[in-house]
Design a protein around this ligand. Sequence first.
Ligand code: ADP
Ligand code: MG
Length: 347
Amino acid sequence: GRTVHQIQSGQVIVDLCSVVKELVENSLDAQATSIEVRFKNNGLDTIEVQDNGVGISSENYETIALKHYTSKLSNYDDLSSLQTFGFRGEALSSLCALSKFHVITARADEAPKGTRLDFEASGKLKGIQVIASQRGTTVDVEDLFMNLPVRRRELEKNIKREYGKVLGMLQAYACISTQARISVSNMAKGKKTTVFATKSSQSTRENIANVFGAKALPGLVTMDLNFEMQPTKTYSQLSERENKQVRVLGHVSRPMFGEGRHAPDRQMFFVNTRPCGLPQVAKVFNEVYKSYNISQSPFVFANILLDTNAYDVNVSPDKRTILLHEQNTLLDALRGSLTDLFENQDQ
Ligand code: ADP
Ligand code: MG
Protein backbone atom coordinates (compact mmCIF):
# COMPACT_ATOMS: atom_id res chain seq x y z
CA GLY A 1 0.00 0.00 0.00
CA ARG A 2 0.84 3.63 0.13
CA THR A 3 2.63 3.54 3.47
CA VAL A 4 5.12 0.98 2.29
CA HIS A 5 5.67 3.01 -0.82
CA GLN A 6 6.37 6.12 1.23
CA ILE A 7 8.88 4.42 3.46
CA GLN A 8 10.79 2.99 0.53
CA SER A 9 10.63 6.35 -1.18
CA GLY A 10 12.65 7.84 1.64
CA GLN A 11 15.72 6.32 0.05
CA VAL A 12 16.27 8.62 -2.87
CA ILE A 13 14.30 11.70 -1.82
CA VAL A 14 15.46 12.55 1.67
CA ASP A 15 15.70 16.33 1.54
CA LEU A 16 15.54 19.39 -0.69
CA CYS A 17 18.96 18.62 -2.13
CA SER A 18 18.00 15.18 -3.33
CA VAL A 19 14.89 16.52 -5.08
CA VAL A 20 16.88 19.09 -7.01
CA LYS A 21 19.72 16.70 -7.74
CA GLU A 22 17.40 14.07 -9.21
CA LEU A 23 15.52 16.59 -11.35
CA VAL A 24 18.63 18.32 -12.69
CA GLU A 25 20.22 14.97 -13.50
CA ASN A 26 17.08 13.92 -15.35
CA SER A 27 17.36 17.10 -17.40
CA LEU A 28 21.02 16.43 -18.15
CA ASP A 29 20.16 12.84 -19.09
CA ALA A 30 17.57 14.28 -21.51
CA GLN A 31 20.37 16.18 -23.27
CA ALA A 32 19.08 19.56 -22.22
CA THR A 33 21.22 22.56 -23.17
CA SER A 34 19.25 24.84 -20.88
CA ILE A 35 18.00 24.11 -17.38
CA GLU A 36 16.09 26.53 -15.20
CA VAL A 37 15.67 25.79 -11.52
CA ARG A 38 13.00 27.93 -9.91
CA PHE A 39 12.26 27.96 -6.21
CA LYS A 40 9.33 29.54 -4.47
CA ASN A 41 9.95 30.48 -0.88
CA ASN A 42 13.35 28.72 -0.94
CA GLY A 43 11.77 25.50 -2.16
CA LEU A 44 9.29 25.29 0.69
CA ASP A 45 6.36 26.13 -1.63
CA THR A 46 7.59 24.85 -4.99
CA ILE A 47 10.63 23.48 -6.74
CA GLU A 48 10.37 23.67 -10.50
CA VAL A 49 12.93 22.40 -12.99
CA GLN A 50 12.43 23.25 -16.64
CA ASP A 51 14.62 21.93 -19.43
CA ASN A 52 14.76 22.03 -23.21
CA GLY A 53 15.71 18.37 -23.50
CA VAL A 54 14.22 15.61 -25.63
CA GLY A 55 10.95 15.43 -23.70
CA ILE A 56 8.96 12.36 -22.72
CA SER A 57 7.40 10.24 -25.42
CA SER A 58 3.71 9.49 -25.08
CA GLU A 59 4.21 5.73 -24.74
CA ASN A 60 6.02 6.44 -21.46
CA TYR A 61 3.37 8.69 -19.88
CA GLU A 62 1.78 5.78 -18.00
CA THR A 63 5.03 4.45 -16.62
CA ILE A 64 7.47 7.26 -15.80
CA ALA A 65 6.23 7.72 -12.25
CA LEU A 66 5.90 4.04 -11.42
CA LYS A 67 8.42 2.65 -9.00
CA HIS A 68 11.53 1.24 -10.66
CA TYR A 69 10.46 2.32 -14.10
CA THR A 70 13.33 3.78 -16.09
CA SER A 71 13.75 4.33 -19.79
CA LYS A 72 17.49 4.52 -19.38
CA LEU A 73 18.91 1.11 -18.65
CA SER A 74 19.05 -1.15 -21.65
CA ASN A 75 21.21 -3.88 -20.20
CA TYR A 76 23.10 -4.73 -17.04
CA ASP A 77 26.47 -3.71 -18.50
CA ASP A 78 25.24 -0.14 -18.55
CA LEU A 79 25.47 -0.14 -14.76
CA SER A 80 29.25 -0.10 -14.77
CA SER A 81 29.83 2.35 -17.58
CA LEU A 82 26.96 4.56 -16.40
CA GLN A 83 26.43 6.92 -19.29
CA THR A 84 23.46 8.54 -17.62
CA PHE A 85 22.91 9.73 -14.08
CA GLY A 86 19.65 7.92 -13.51
CA PHE A 87 18.73 4.29 -13.85
CA ARG A 88 16.90 3.39 -10.67
CA GLY A 89 13.57 4.80 -11.67
CA GLU A 90 12.86 6.06 -8.19
CA ALA A 91 12.88 9.84 -8.31
CA LEU A 92 9.55 10.58 -9.99
CA SER A 93 7.75 7.78 -8.18
CA SER A 94 9.04 9.06 -4.84
CA LEU A 95 8.05 12.62 -5.65
CA CYS A 96 4.50 11.51 -6.43
CA ALA A 97 4.25 10.02 -2.98
CA LEU A 98 5.88 12.98 -1.24
CA SER A 99 4.44 16.10 -2.88
CA LYS A 100 1.87 17.60 -5.19
CA PHE A 101 3.59 16.77 -8.37
CA HIS A 102 3.05 17.29 -12.08
CA VAL A 103 4.99 17.19 -15.32
CA ILE A 104 4.66 19.19 -18.52
CA THR A 105 6.47 17.82 -21.53
CA ALA A 106 6.80 18.25 -25.28
CA ARG A 107 8.96 16.39 -27.79
CA ALA A 108 10.50 18.34 -30.64
CA ASP A 109 7.81 17.21 -33.09
CA GLU A 110 5.00 18.12 -30.67
CA ALA A 111 5.99 21.63 -29.55
CA PRO A 112 4.44 24.20 -29.25
CA LYS A 113 1.85 21.72 -28.12
CA GLY A 114 2.68 19.95 -24.91
CA THR A 115 1.12 17.63 -22.39
CA ARG A 116 0.48 18.08 -18.72
CA LEU A 117 0.62 14.86 -16.72
CA ASP A 118 -0.88 14.46 -13.27
CA PHE A 119 -0.31 11.45 -11.09
CA GLU A 120 -1.74 9.72 -8.08
CA ALA A 121 0.45 9.29 -5.02
CA SER A 122 1.10 5.75 -6.17
CA GLY A 123 2.61 7.03 -9.39
CA LYS A 124 -0.37 5.96 -11.47
CA LEU A 125 -1.19 8.43 -14.23
CA LYS A 126 -4.50 10.13 -13.46
CA GLY A 127 -4.74 13.04 -15.90
CA ILE A 128 -3.55 14.03 -19.36
CA GLN A 129 -4.17 17.52 -20.65
CA VAL A 130 -2.96 19.24 -23.80
CA ILE A 131 -1.37 22.59 -23.03
CA ALA A 132 1.13 24.93 -24.66
CA SER A 133 4.77 24.03 -24.10
CA GLN A 134 8.15 24.55 -25.69
CA ARG A 135 10.24 21.48 -26.40
CA GLY A 136 11.44 19.92 -23.17
CA THR A 137 10.18 18.96 -19.76
CA THR A 138 9.09 20.89 -16.70
CA VAL A 139 8.73 19.09 -13.42
CA ASP A 140 6.87 20.83 -10.65
CA VAL A 141 7.14 19.75 -7.03
CA GLU A 142 4.79 21.50 -4.64
CA ASP A 143 4.61 21.20 -0.84
CA LEU A 144 7.39 18.67 -0.46
CA PHE A 145 6.77 16.18 2.38
CA MET A 146 3.22 17.51 2.82
CA ASN A 147 1.99 14.07 3.88
CA LEU A 148 4.86 13.39 6.29
CA PRO A 149 4.21 16.00 9.02
CA VAL A 150 7.40 15.36 10.98
CA ARG A 151 9.60 15.67 7.94
CA ARG A 152 7.70 18.69 6.69
CA ARG A 153 8.26 20.44 10.02
CA GLU A 154 11.96 19.56 9.90
CA LEU A 155 12.18 21.03 6.42
CA GLU A 156 10.43 24.21 7.51
CA LYS A 157 12.67 24.54 10.52
CA ASN A 158 15.89 24.00 8.58
CA ILE A 159 14.92 25.62 5.30
CA LYS A 160 17.67 28.28 5.39
CA ARG A 161 20.39 25.66 5.76
CA GLU A 162 18.76 23.27 3.30
CA TYR A 163 18.41 25.99 0.72
CA GLY A 164 22.06 26.98 1.20
CA LYS A 165 23.07 23.37 0.66
CA VAL A 166 21.00 23.19 -2.53
CA LEU A 167 22.63 26.33 -3.91
CA GLY A 168 26.06 24.88 -3.18
CA MET A 169 25.17 21.75 -5.10
CA LEU A 170 23.70 23.72 -7.99
CA GLN A 171 26.85 25.82 -8.18
CA ALA A 172 28.77 22.60 -8.78
CA TYR A 173 26.42 21.45 -11.56
CA ALA A 174 26.47 24.91 -13.12
CA CYS A 175 30.28 25.12 -13.11
CA ILE A 176 30.90 21.64 -14.51
CA SER A 177 28.16 21.78 -17.17
CA THR A 178 29.71 23.03 -20.38
CA GLN A 179 26.88 21.58 -22.49
CA ALA A 180 24.00 23.08 -20.55
CA ARG A 181 23.40 26.53 -19.16
CA ILE A 182 21.90 26.43 -15.70
CA SER A 183 20.00 29.25 -14.08
CA VAL A 184 18.65 29.39 -10.58
CA SER A 185 16.03 31.75 -9.22
CA ASN A 186 14.00 32.15 -6.08
CA MET A 187 10.70 33.84 -5.53
CA ALA A 188 10.34 35.05 -1.98
CA LYS A 189 7.95 37.63 -0.55
CA GLY A 190 6.57 38.26 -4.01
CA LYS A 191 9.97 39.13 -5.44
CA LYS A 192 11.91 37.02 -7.92
CA THR A 193 15.68 36.95 -7.58
CA THR A 194 18.10 35.36 -10.01
CA VAL A 195 20.64 33.61 -7.83
CA PHE A 196 23.05 32.85 -10.68
CA ALA A 197 22.98 31.89 -14.33
CA THR A 198 25.59 30.39 -16.61
CA LYS A 199 25.58 30.84 -20.37
CA SER A 200 25.52 28.22 -23.09
CA SER A 201 28.67 26.55 -24.43
CA GLN A 202 31.02 28.02 -21.88
CA SER A 203 34.22 26.68 -20.44
CA THR A 204 34.30 25.69 -16.78
CA ARG A 205 36.36 28.82 -16.18
CA GLU A 206 33.66 31.04 -17.68
CA ASN A 207 31.04 29.13 -15.72
CA ILE A 208 32.95 29.86 -12.52
CA ALA A 209 33.00 33.57 -13.43
CA ASN A 210 29.24 33.49 -14.01
CA VAL A 211 28.52 31.71 -10.77
CA PHE A 212 31.03 33.36 -8.43
CA GLY A 213 31.75 36.62 -10.23
CA ALA A 214 34.63 37.52 -12.58
CA LYS A 215 36.70 38.69 -9.65
CA ALA A 216 37.14 35.08 -8.61
CA LEU A 217 39.31 34.32 -11.65
CA PRO A 218 42.63 36.15 -11.09
CA GLY A 219 43.27 34.20 -7.91
CA LEU A 220 42.88 30.85 -9.64
CA VAL A 221 45.35 28.69 -11.48
CA THR A 222 44.20 26.23 -14.09
CA MET A 223 45.05 22.71 -13.14
CA ASP A 224 45.68 19.81 -15.48
CA LEU A 225 47.43 17.17 -13.45
CA ASN A 226 48.36 13.89 -15.07
CA PHE A 227 49.75 11.02 -13.13
CA GLU A 228 49.81 7.30 -13.03
CA MET A 229 48.80 5.61 -9.82
CA GLN A 230 51.69 3.52 -8.58
CA PRO A 231 49.76 0.32 -8.05
CA THR A 232 50.16 -1.60 -4.85
CA LYS A 233 50.36 -5.37 -5.11
CA THR A 234 46.71 -6.00 -4.28
CA TYR A 235 45.71 -3.25 -6.60
CA SER A 236 47.51 -4.73 -9.59
CA GLN A 237 46.13 -8.16 -8.79
CA LEU A 238 42.62 -6.88 -8.45
CA SER A 239 42.58 -4.73 -11.47
CA GLU A 240 44.70 -5.96 -14.33
CA ARG A 241 42.32 -4.37 -16.77
CA GLU A 242 42.25 -0.93 -15.26
CA ASN A 243 43.90 2.00 -16.85
CA LYS A 244 45.96 3.58 -14.08
CA GLN A 245 46.24 6.96 -15.69
CA VAL A 246 44.56 9.73 -13.73
CA ARG A 247 43.89 13.27 -14.85
CA VAL A 248 42.70 16.05 -12.56
CA LEU A 249 41.27 18.99 -14.43
CA GLY A 250 40.10 22.19 -12.85
CA HIS A 251 40.88 25.41 -11.08
CA VAL A 252 42.41 26.02 -7.70
CA SER A 253 43.49 29.05 -5.64
CA ARG A 254 47.07 30.19 -6.30
CA PRO A 255 48.86 30.13 -2.97
CA MET A 256 51.03 33.12 -3.85
CA PHE A 257 47.97 35.21 -4.57
CA GLY A 258 47.99 35.66 -0.83
CA GLU A 259 45.56 36.10 1.96
CA GLY A 260 43.58 38.85 0.32
CA ARG A 261 42.67 36.83 -2.73
CA HIS A 262 39.19 37.19 -4.11
CA ALA A 263 38.09 33.65 -4.84
CA PRO A 264 35.64 32.36 -2.25
CA ASP A 265 36.70 29.27 -0.36
CA ARG A 266 34.24 27.02 -2.17
CA GLN A 267 35.30 23.47 -2.95
CA MET A 268 33.70 21.31 -5.63
CA PHE A 269 34.74 17.81 -6.54
CA PHE A 270 33.75 15.60 -9.43
CA VAL A 271 34.61 12.11 -10.54
CA ASN A 272 34.35 11.76 -14.29
CA THR A 273 32.32 14.96 -14.33
CA ARG A 274 29.86 13.70 -11.71
CA PRO A 275 29.56 16.01 -8.69
CA CYS A 276 30.36 14.25 -5.44
CA GLY A 277 31.74 14.78 -1.99
CA LEU A 278 35.36 13.63 -1.61
CA PRO A 279 36.50 14.63 1.88
CA GLN A 280 39.83 12.83 1.62
CA VAL A 281 40.67 14.55 -1.65
CA ALA A 282 39.63 17.89 -0.16
CA LYS A 283 42.02 17.25 2.69
CA VAL A 284 44.95 16.89 0.27
CA PHE A 285 44.14 20.22 -1.38
CA ASN A 286 43.78 21.93 1.99
CA GLU A 287 47.04 20.48 3.34
CA VAL A 288 49.15 21.33 0.30
CA TYR A 289 47.69 24.83 0.25
CA LYS A 290 48.22 25.28 3.96
CA SER A 291 51.91 24.43 3.62
CA TYR A 292 52.24 27.94 2.15
CA ASN A 293 51.17 29.33 5.52
CA ILE A 294 47.81 30.54 4.36
CA SER A 295 45.07 30.37 6.92
CA GLN A 296 42.12 30.35 4.53
CA SER A 297 41.23 27.23 2.63
CA PRO A 298 41.51 27.31 -1.16
CA PHE A 299 38.87 27.52 -3.83
CA VAL A 300 38.89 24.12 -5.49
CA PHE A 301 37.12 22.94 -8.61
CA ALA A 302 38.55 19.52 -9.38
CA ASN A 303 37.28 17.01 -11.91
CA ILE A 304 39.06 13.70 -11.42
CA LEU A 305 39.06 11.65 -14.60
CA LEU A 306 39.84 8.01 -14.09
CA ASP A 307 38.97 4.54 -15.25
CA THR A 308 35.36 3.65 -14.44
CA ASN A 309 36.61 0.37 -12.95
CA ALA A 310 38.64 2.30 -10.38
CA TYR A 311 35.67 3.34 -8.23
CA ASP A 312 32.11 2.55 -7.24
CA VAL A 313 29.41 5.18 -7.56
CA ASN A 314 26.36 3.57 -6.13
CA VAL A 315 27.37 2.61 -2.66
CA SER A 316 24.75 4.99 -1.31
CA PRO A 317 21.14 5.14 -2.47
CA ASP A 318 21.43 8.82 -3.37
CA LYS A 319 24.58 8.15 -5.43
CA ARG A 320 26.43 10.98 -3.75
CA THR A 321 29.10 8.78 -2.23
CA ILE A 322 31.94 7.55 -4.37
CA LEU A 323 34.27 4.83 -3.26
CA LEU A 324 37.73 5.06 -4.77
CA HIS A 325 39.24 1.60 -4.79
CA GLU A 326 42.82 2.71 -4.41
CA GLN A 327 42.25 5.91 -2.51
CA ASN A 328 45.57 6.25 -0.71
CA THR A 329 47.58 5.61 -3.84
CA LEU A 330 45.61 8.27 -5.62
CA LEU A 331 45.89 10.75 -2.76
CA ASP A 332 49.69 10.38 -2.60
CA ALA A 333 50.05 10.90 -6.33
CA LEU A 334 47.69 13.87 -6.21
CA ARG A 335 49.63 15.45 -3.33
CA GLY A 336 52.83 15.14 -5.36
CA SER A 337 51.54 16.67 -8.55
CA LEU A 338 49.65 19.43 -6.79
CA THR A 339 52.84 20.41 -4.98
CA ASP A 340 54.66 20.46 -8.34
CA LEU A 341 51.95 22.65 -9.84
CA PHE A 342 52.22 25.22 -7.07
CA GLU A 343 56.05 25.17 -7.12
CA ASN A 344 56.16 25.81 -10.85
CA GLN A 345 53.48 28.48 -10.71
CA ASP A 346 54.78 30.77 -8.13
CA GLN A 347 58.53 31.03 -8.28
P1 ADP B 1 15.53 7.40 -13.82
O1 ADP B 1 16.15 8.75 -14.01
O2 ADP B 1 16.34 6.54 -12.91
O3 ADP B 1 15.18 6.73 -15.12
P2 ADP B 1 13.31 8.86 -12.74
O4 ADP B 1 12.26 8.49 -11.78
O5 ADP B 1 14.22 9.99 -12.39
O6 ADP B 1 14.16 7.56 -13.03
O7 ADP B 1 12.64 9.19 -14.14
C1 ADP B 1 11.79 8.22 -14.72
C2 ADP B 1 11.72 8.38 -16.23
O8 ADP B 1 11.06 9.60 -16.55
C3 ADP B 1 13.07 8.49 -16.92
O9 ADP B 1 13.63 7.22 -17.20
C4 ADP B 1 12.71 9.27 -18.19
O10 ADP B 1 12.19 8.39 -19.16
C5 ADP B 1 11.58 10.18 -17.73
N1 ADP B 1 12.06 11.54 -17.41
C6 ADP B 1 12.17 12.07 -16.17
N2 ADP B 1 12.61 13.34 -16.22
C7 ADP B 1 12.76 13.64 -17.53
C8 ADP B 1 13.19 14.82 -18.26
N3 ADP B 1 13.55 15.94 -17.61
N4 ADP B 1 13.22 14.75 -19.61
C9 ADP B 1 12.87 13.61 -20.26
N5 ADP B 1 12.47 12.48 -19.63
C10 ADP B 1 12.41 12.48 -18.29
MG1 MG C 1 16.34 10.16 -12.62
